[in-house]
Design a protein around this ligand. Structure first.
Ligand SMILES: Nc1ncnc2c1ncn2[C@@H]1O[C@H](COP(=O)(O)OP(=O)(O)OP(=O)(O)O)[C@@H](O)[C@H]1O
Ligand SMILES: [Mg+2]
Length: 256
């Protein structure tokens, strides 16, 4: 499935939070969304997922406007991992991941739904947590549960909002590696908002850089993650080196 966003503008209040955004997310590719805090990454993901309704512009899933697709169909097509999940709900990890199957369940969950749930738990190496209460888990454990839920959903599009922010270095790599493999195997289209430029450099095929709701640059990862672009967007000095053809970024100091 391919996603096409055309001239999208979104306002929470009088000033646009997203201003004239045009971009494509291609099947079998990971698009990294990077930019400072408050630049509009989460807002953009929420527009694609139809949680927010843009004022102007179009969002097409394989040529079809999302305004014509109902909630259940959206939930079948798009897996979404929000930036934070606040819940005091007294439900187990297993039940939390099983809710990813909800768009597929007609009356009651069946054996297949339960199997998919176990598979997703195993994929994230959290099957041992299955019977624990979700809200008792650590931040990183919760994050992996929510990723497992999106995987159990078997959607064709994955929208991940800072999926690695609470994870230790091993689990960061594990989640990004897993996403990468899944995107290739299932021909998914993925968009990931991410602050870690080095993880973005390693795993994203394309990058968009957003600042104050506008796209500053977009394209192949290597051509976007340059010293000039990063300095401009974050107002810091960086050095960009390359290792095995992948850029890696070393922050040096704030500008001036
Ligand atoms: N529900 C809301 N109502 C009003 N303004 C909002 C709302 N949600 C976000 N904003 C504002 O919109 C702008 C973009 O926010 P958004 O959450 O999309 O940024 P972000 O790029 O995801 O930032 P971060 O890197 O901190 O997660 C910010 O200025 C934020 O204060
Ligand atoms: Mg955000």
């Amino acid at each position: 499935m391919n996603i096409s966003i055309q001239e999208l503008t979104f306002n929470y209040n009088s000033t646009p939070t997203l201003n004239n955004i045009t971009l494509q997310i291609h099947q079998s590719e990971i698009l990294g969304m990077i930019g400072p805090n408050g630049s509009g990454k989460s807002t953009l993901l929420k527009c694609i997922n139809k949680i927010l309704e843009p004022k102007q512009g179009k969002i097409l899933l394989d040529q079809q406007s999302i305004t014509k697709i109902n909630r259940i169909e959206i939930a079948k097509k798009i897996g979404y991992v929000p930036q934070s999940t606040n819940t005091n709900e007294n439900i187990t990890v297993f039940e939390t991941v099983l809710t990813g199957r909800r768009p597929h369940i007609t009356w009651q969950s069946n054996k297949k739904d339960q199997e998919k749930t176990w598979q997703a738990l195993k994929t994230l190496s959290i099957e041992k947590l299955a019977m624990r209460n979700f809200y008792e888990l650590s931040g990183g454990e919760q994050q992996r549960v929510i990723i497992a839920r999106a995987i159990a959903q078997e959607a064709k599009v994955l929208l991940l909002d800072e999926p690695t922010s609470n994870l230790d270095i091993k689990h960061q790599i594990e989640v990004m590696d897993l996403t990468h493999k899944l995107v290739l195997k299932e021909k998914l289209a993925a968009a990931i908002a991410i602050h870690d430029l080095n993880l973005a450099a390693k795993y994203c095929n394309k990058i968009i850089m957003i600042k104050e709701g506008k796209i500053i640059d977009a394209g192949e990862t290597k051509t976007v993650l340059t010293e000039d672009n990063i300095s401009k967007v974050y107002e810091i000095k960086v050095k960009v080196n390359h290792y095995k053809n992948t850029p890696y970024i070393i922050p040096i100091a704030p500008l001036n």
